[in-house]
Each structure stands twice: as structure tokens, then as C-alpha cells.
Design a protein around this ligand. Structure first.
Ligand code: TEU
Length: 564
């Protein structure tokens, strides 16, 4: 389905692949590019339109590929450039796009630029943020990193501090240096010339830092100093320049999706057109913060809060921006464990959450394993931790005298490792992911939660995802319909309409977010028109004015006449 003035990426369903954990073709316990190729028929069968591939570039892997050592080569653990070219052409043959994940805010400290910069090579000395202080126990400012450490690391070679907003192996590039910008633009063009369909731009709203790198005011941003490095002063100018020098010249319709920490709708609108033209859609995180308190703590939250956040972003979409719709990615715990119930209601809650997500206005993203309801894992000991952020969290706790058991619950709830356990293809040893013991533990659930089993069944989470994805192809209201919240005050039911006044029709999407049976009047107006159920996870075939919902029940229904 391609309507004339709707870009392909608005109609698409994206599938996110974390290559290290998707499928291992060569038996070393690490997923790889040929492993993805082996599963393209599966992606085709599922019906997705475009793949977002997490970084596969050469990298020492301190942050699993987000520390790039060479933007123009492939990590040998994943294959080589000809494997990658084969992946692209195999995807394109099935009409599936490929979006590469590009990290332009920082490089690995193994990158040639950093190696030259630390030695003071005049051409590269200003490629990063270097600062000296009188003694090495005093940092240049009080900024905090995203990974629970100070934002400065000391380099023994240059005998100075470098800015590092993530791990110490990731040095922030100095975008104020025009040479840095033009080198990065060349890289972007190099990838575009290989025929990809666009980019996911990692933490793209961090590229500009306040002049002079002043101290932050503690509490002003969720990280000390954030007001000086998130949405910085030159951001729009750099976005516009990047756009002008790369994507703007391109003859095909590409997509640029920007991962943006801490933005609001106004900024999103600015980033997607009113101030700069770089981004087509933004990845926002407000809904990922509802259940978190101070990063690792648990916060009780209410459905009303989710409604508020989503309404805000749906209004922004009506006002002209566009968003990615997601509940999971490689940085987040598994959605069925987090927002559903992976013990008693895995099928019900996984399918409800999918219905809810795909019902909104924006582009839906499915993160590998979500489509079979993969859940969080347990961590028996610190040896099982792989993620650098989780390691820092544990190390910080340990240095304060804490035992592993005291932080275990936090890790099991929020660790990024939850999302990174191997894909569960079948119930065989190593879950069909590999012939060898994988780089990270396999979730205990693989014997019962796996692709082979769910594909063989008539009713399963996987079958439901396939239906939901294909519904988007048949039902333009899912792409274009206006959003309207229904029963806004209800504490258990999240219901909304997607309407088209011109066509005089609407969809109603209604979801029970709880373990309980719940009654709700969805909308009195549904009484005067016929509603056909298009999809329902628990077999419902009609709508009524007052509905009794089973735990985690979800339904999408369509009216023929719009209420007056
Ligand atoms: O993530 C940026 C980021 O800020 C997240 O780690 C965020 O803190 C998390 O989603 C909590 O909600 C991007 C990548 O997605 C991540 O994997 C990288 O580690 C990070 O950038 C650095 O490149």
C-alpha cells in the first residue's frame, strides 16, 4: 500500500535487530550477519517492511557496537562487507528496507581519530573535548555520564581529561570543529551510496555542548550538566548542515529517525521541520520513564500517566511531527515483564500491548523477540552481567559495601541485558540461536516461549503479531486516522479512536491493562453505528455499549458511519 503523499516509512512496520543476539550462523555463540540472512524469510513471513539494524561496525564492543572504531568496516565477529552487501540485497529482494544505526556523537577510544588526538596530532587534537586541570583528581566540570559515572576520563597519553558522556571507551566528538563535521558527513554519504534506506541516529540531540562546558546545576536535568549537553545551542544548525550535506541530495526517499533523550513535542516539531529538516521521526522516552525512579529505582505509576504522555505525543503528531512507537528496544527491559504479566498472562498481555502500540499514530517498531513475548531474565551472579551500564551500577553499589543480592532486583527489573538475551527460535539446546554456548545467558523461558512453537500454533503471540502487522497494510486509518482518547478517566482501560471525518469512519482500539476483569463504557456513540471487529486477542466478535473486559483483553473494531 503506497498512497501518493504518504511516505513509505509512515506506512511501514519496523523490526529492530540486535545482531549479537539474533542468530549465529558460524557457531561461535555470537550472532552475525549471515545469521540474519538465514532468517529473512521469517521477517518476510512476519510481514515487516524495514529493518533497523543495531551497529555492526568495527568496534571493541565495550558498549556492544556503540563504540565505533571504524565506521567503514564491519566487525569481523559479524562478518565482512560482502556479507553486509548480501544482507542488503536479500532484504531488498523481498521489499524490506534497511536502516543503519549511526553513532555520530562519539567514537570508540580505539578509533584512529582518537588515537591521533590523544597524541596531539595537530590535525586531530581538537576532534574531541580535551581539558586539563591542576591535578587529576579534579575533573574539568561536574557533568555526569549516562552510565552512572563522572563524564570525564583521564587519558595517560595526553595527560588530560576527555569528555565521555557514556562509557570511558566512548569519547564525545567535538562537533564545533568543522573538520569533524565534514569527516562525519563523508561517512554518512559513504553509507548512503551503498543503497541503504536511511539511518537511526544515536543520541543525535547530544551533539552540541554549551560554550565553555560550564558546570551544571544539580537537579536541573536528570543528569548533572544535562542542560549543557542535551539539545545544545548549535544543535539545529548542525542538524541542518548534516541534512544539507547528505540526505537532502539523495534521489530516493530515505528515513532519518533520531534517538532523542529528553525532548518535548515542541522540540520534536522543531527537529522534524520547523527549525531543521534532518529528522523524519523522533524516538522519545517519556513512557519509558514512568516506572523508573532515579534511573534504577522502581516507581509506582498509573495508567492515567501513560494516557497523559501518549496524548501529548499524539497531539504532537497531529501538529505535524512524527514518532516511532515502541515499548521495547535493546536498552529497555522486556515489555511483557514490564507492562504486562509474563507469569499468568503472557499471551494476553503481550498481544494487548502490541494492539495498543500499533493502534496509535506513528510508526510501530517490533524489537526482536517481542513478537513471541520474550520476558526479562534472572541474574544469579555478577558474572552474568554483560552490559557496561549494569556493570557500573553493580560496581558502584559494591564499592559502597552492598551485596549482589541487594541490587539483584533492580538489575532484573531494568538491566539492558534483559533485552539482549538470545532470540528464542526453538526449544533445542541454545534455543536454536547457536550451536555453541552464547555470549550472554539464554532466558529460562526458551523451552516454552519460542518461534517454532508459536508458528506451529493457530493462536499464539507470534500469529497475532503477523495479523496485526498485516492489518496496517489493509487499514489506512491505522496510518492516517486522527487520534482521540476515549474513557480518559478510566484507570484500567486505555481506549482510543482513530478517525477520519472525510471518510466518515473510525477505528476503536480498547485495551485492558490489568489482571482483572473490568467493565467500561467505551463510548456511548458506538450504539448508533455498526462496528466490525477487525482483531481481538481473546475472541471477542462484537462491541457493546458497556463492555466487560477479560484480563488484558484487547480489540480493534471499525465503524462504517462516523458519529455525529
Ligand atoms: O542510548 C542512549 C541512552 O541514553 C540510553 O542508554 C538510555 O539511557 C536508556 O534508553 C534509558 O532509558 C543509545 C543507544 O541506544 C545505547 O545502546 C548506547 O549505549 C548509547 O546510546 C550510547 O551510544
Amino acid at each position: 500500500m503506497t498512497s501518493e503523499d504518504c511516505p513509505w516509512w509512515k506506512e511501514a512496520v519496523f523490526y529492530q535487530i540486535y545482531p549479537r543476539s539474533f542468530n549465529d550462523s558460524d557457531g561461535d555463540g555470537i550472532g552475525d550477519i549471515n545469521g540474519i540472512v538465514e532468517k529473512i524469510d521469517y521477517l518476510d513471513w512476519l510481514g515487516v517492511d524495514c529493518v533497523w539494524l543495531n551497529p555492526v561496525y568495527l568496534s571493541p564492543g565495550k558498549d556492544q557496537g556503540y563504540d565505533i572504531a571504524d565506521y567503514r568496516s564491519i566487525n569481523p565477529e559479524y562478518g565482512d562487507m560482502s556479507d553486509w552487501e548480501n544482507l542488503l540485497s536479500e532484504l531488498h529482494e523481498r521489499d524490506i528496507g534497511l536502516v543503519m544505526d549511526l553513532v555520530l556523537n562519539h567514537t570508540s577510544t580505539q578509533h584512529e581519530w582518537f588515537r591521533k588526538s590523544r597524541r596531539g596530532d595537530p590535525e586531530y587534537e581538537d576532534y574531541y573535548y580535551w581539558r586539563s586541570t591542576d591535578d587529576r583528581s579534579t575533573r574539568p566540570n561536574n557533568w555526569e555520564s549516562f552510565f552512572d559515572t563522572p563524564a570525564w576520563s583521564f587519558d595517560e597519553v595526553r595527560e588530560a581529561f576527555y569528555l565521555t558522556l557514556f562509557s570511558e571507551a566512548q569519547a564525545d566528538l567535538n562537533w564545533d570543529n568543522s573538520e569533524v563535521r565534514s569527516d562525519l558527513f563523508e561517512i554518512v554519504n559513504w553509507w548512503l551510496s551503498r543503497g541503504i534506506d536511511g539511518f537511526r541516529l544515536d543520541v543525535i540531540n547530544l551533539i552540541s555542548k554549551s560554550d565553555g562546558l560550564p558546570d551544571g546545576t544539580p537537579g536541573k536535568s536528570f543528569l548533572t550538566g544535562g542542560e549543557h549537553f542535551i539539545n545544545g545551542p548549535e544543535m539545529h544548525r548542525y542538524f541542518e548542515e548534516l541534512y544539507r550535506e547528505t540526505l537532502a541530495e539523495h534521489p530516493r526517499e530515505l528515513v532519518a529517525l533520531g534517538e532523542c533523550v529528553d525532548i518535548d513535542p515542541k522540540l520534536a516539531e522543531a527537529m522534524t521541520g520547523t527549525e531543521s529538516n534532518l529528522l523524519d521521526m523522533v524516538i522519545f522516552f517519556d513512557h519509558m520513564l514512568l516506572d523508573r525512579d532515579d534511573r534504577w529505582g522502581k516507581r509506582e505509576w498509573e495508567l492515567q500517566e501513560l494516557k497523559k504522555v501518549m496524548r501529548k505525543w499524539q497531539d504532537a503528531v497531529e501538529d505535524g511531527t512524527w514518532v516511532s512507537l515502541f515499548l521495547s528496544n535493546h536498552d529497555q527491559p522486556r515489555q511483557v515483564s514490564r507492562f504486562g504479566n509474563d507469569v499468568e498472562y503472557r499471551y494476553e498481555s503481550a498481544t494487548m500491548l502490541a494492539t495498543w502500540l500499533h493502534g496509535h499514530k506513528g510508526t510501530p517498531f517490533v524489537y526482536q523477540g517481542e513478537e513471541i513475548g520474550m520476558g526479562n531474565v534472572s541474574f544469579e551472579s555478577p558474572d552474568e552481567i554483560r552490559d557496561v551500564w549494569a556493570k557500573n551500577y553493580w560496581e558502584n553499589a559494591r564499592s559502597k559495601g552492598k551485596e549482589f543480592d541487594e541490587v539483584r532486583e533492580d538489575l532484573e527489573r531494568f538491566s539492558r541485558d534483559n533485552a539482549r538475551t538470545p532470540m528464542q527460535w526453538n526449544d533445542k539446546e541454545f534455543s536454536g540461536f547457536s550451536e555453541a554456548s552464547p555470549w550472554i545467558k539464554i532466558a529460562e523461558s526458551y523451552e516454552t516461549v519460542n518461534v517454532a512453537d508459536q508458528r506451529a500454533r493457530e493462536t499464539s503471540i507470534l500469529r497475532y503479531y503477523k495479523e496485526l502487522i498485516s492489518l496496517r497494510d489493509r487499514e489506512p486509518l491505522l496510518v492516517e486516522g486522527d487520534f482521540e482518547m476515549l474513557v480518559p478517566a478510566h484507570n484500567s482501560i486505555y481506549a482510543f479512536a482513530r478517525t477520519s471525518e472525510a471518510e466518515n469512519e473510525e477505528l476503536i482500539i480498547a485495551c485492558n491493562f490489568t489482571d482483572d476483569s473490568v467493565t467500561s463504557e467505551i463510548a456511548p456513540r458506538i450504539a448508533d453505528s455498526e462496528y466490525n471487529v477487525l482483531l481481538a486477542n481473546l475472541g471477542r466478535d462484537t462491541l457493546s455499549e458497556v463492555m466487560q473486559f477479560q484480563p488484558y483483553e484487547a480489540v480493534i473494531a471499525k465503524s462504517q458511519s462516523h458519529p455525529t
